[in-house]
Design a protein. Sequence first.
Length: 242
Amino acid sequence: MHVLILGGTTEARALAGLLHGRVRVTSSLAGRVASPRLPAGEVRIGGFGGVDGLVEWMTGHAVDAVIDATHPFAERISFNAARAAATAHVPLLALRRPGWVPGEGDDWRSVGSLEEAATALDGLGDRVFLTTGRMGLAAFATCPQWFLVRSVDAPDAPMPARTEVLLDRGPFTLDGEREILARRRIDVVVTKDSGGAATAPKLTAAREAGLPVVVVRRPPVPEGVPTAASPEEAAAWVAATR
């Protein structure tokens, strides 16, 4: 059995480790990170060339099942995967870590896009901790606030005129997040609802500091695609499709 994992996430690497040695596993990485953490099994890096390219690759490599374990905000590849899997008649599963849920004391402002997040910053303060990654900074390019932008690799223009870039890769610690908020005198945090524990400490630190958090809601999984919440659930799905 040949399983194609559309990966790049912690869950994708964990799933590849669970499946490696049981089935043939190929993990596909988009190539947006300069030095990605490679999973077990075979690895390919780069895009497929849209739906037709993905169908051709799956057919040419005799793929028996596909698991979309990309980032919850990788909307384009998720919809391409759904269309390609349906065209090639290959079963598809979406592996999605659960989203974050606000707790007592949290001051979250839910928005539907990065553009809405930029608008929501009005009146929340002048110093912004922007943790949405290096893609999509153009949405904040005309904002007057000062931004601390954290990303794995250096972002490209356009970006806000008043920007400091912090290159770092999670998981992050609560003490580290507390120090960033205090030392940079942060007024508001902006994040995507990525879910998971690796980047969640910033939410706790913001709550402790009484800071508002603008949270971009994740896009929905393509209609009709079954989901799993953990690598273990996804591995069980693979076993059931053999």
